[in-house]
Design a protein around this ligand. Sequence first.
Ligand SMILES: [Zn+2]
Length: 75
Amino acid sequence: MKCMECGATVKKGVTTSVSEFGECVVIVRNVPCYKCTECNEIIYTADVVKQLEEIMETAKTMMQEIAVIDYSKVA
Ligand SMILES: [Zn+2]
């Protein structure tokens, strides 16, 4: 797989996803991703994107100001 930004090689790894919804901040740790070795662009697979959306929906219903979720425990 190649980076969509610069075309360099991407490496498998994990990252932390931070999303804001108004007053809410949802932090998801240990999200599997591909990371560009040149520009640090993060690429998620379709499965991960879908899973992240579900995690966000769950987090929103909890209505906490800050939610920290470990991806490896919920996926
Ligand atoms: Zn790149």
